[in-house]
Design a protein around this ligand. Structure first.
Ligand SMILES: [Ca+2]
Ligand SMILES: [Ca+2]
Ligand SMILES: [Ca+2]
Length: 259
């Protein structure tokens, strides 16, 4: 009897061990798959990542391959050859709506990084690559990475609040619009930075503290959109990432070099 019990215990222990090994293997395979297929970009603090690769476009959804914020395509953005795999080309009336419900949106609270690859085509006055903002007269809240006749990254925070919010539009020099650019805006709770192709272009310390969000907003890609304005992007956007922390300069360079 003792021997029989020993055998049963041995079998059970082996089974548990095999199940554990099996689960561990599955998990590491999943992680490996994400890191291999989706580049060597930084994942610490990553909230969402939209690749715009054709396998990640399902129906009218551009899949968030990291988080759970799939974006709904409005209009008819085209899948074209991108900087990394495929990208989406916007013809001037297309954009992606992630959500217009701020309570459902997963947004950075204090620190942040917004990152895109873009083939601008041109630089409009109020352009948005990715954003969640309202700028209506003196009411200026949220953040937006886009254009302001050149590349621009705008953030509104509690530290600079004048009662109904203040957005600082941090701009770069004017670049040739007919090239690909890696555009990154970071904010660490006290300093805004904008990088083009891994190089720091401008900084501001006007803003400080938590990001100052409005109660209602449009969390979008490929458009500057708020309650009283709508300026869709015309050009190509690829590899959009949003983080809940400010990437360091080395990390921005790492993402710039990620394939
Ligand atoms: Ca892509
Ligand atoms: Ca507005
Ligand atoms: Ca204001």
């Amino acid at each position: 009897m003792k021997r029989k019990v020993d055998i049963i215990i041995a079998v059970l222990v082996s089974a548990v061990f095999l199940i554990m090994v099996g689960c561990g293997k599955k998990k590491s395979e999943e992680v490996k798959k994400v890191s291999e297929a989706k580049s060597e970009a930084v994942t610490d603090g990553l909230i969402s990542y939209w690749t715009f690769d054709k396998d990640d476009i399902v129906g009218d959804k551009a899949k968030d391959v990291w988080g759970n914020q799939d974006a709904t395509m409005k209009g008819d953005p085209k899948i074209v050859t991108g900087k990394v795999g495929d990208a989406l080309e916007f013809d001037g009336d297309d954009y992606l709506l992630i959500t217009d419900d701020i309570t459902a949106a997963k947004l950075p609270k204090r620190e942040m990084t917004a990152e895109v690859w873009v083939y601008p085509g041109h630089f409009i006055e109020w352009g948005g690559y990715i954003g969640a903002a309202q700028d209506n007269g003196g009411f200026e809240k949220g953040w937006i990475l886009g254009t302001n006749h050149q590349f621009s990254f705008a953030v509104s925070t509690d530290g600079a609040d004048d009662g109904d919010g203040v957005l600082t539009y941090l701009k770069t020099e004017v670049f040739d619009p007919d090239k690909w650019y890696h555009v990154v805006g970071t904010y660490d709770g006290k300093k805004m930075k904008i990088y083009i192709n891994g190089k720091l272009e401008n900084t501001s310390e006007v803003q400080s503290g938590d990001i100052n969000y409005p109660k209602n907003l449009f969390f979008t890609i490929g458009i500057y959109k708020d309650d009283d304005e709508q300026f869709p992007h015309k050009g190509i956007i690829d590899e959009v990432r949003l983080y809940e922390r400010a990437l360091s300069e080395d990390e921005v360079v790492q993402n710039y070099n990620a394939k």
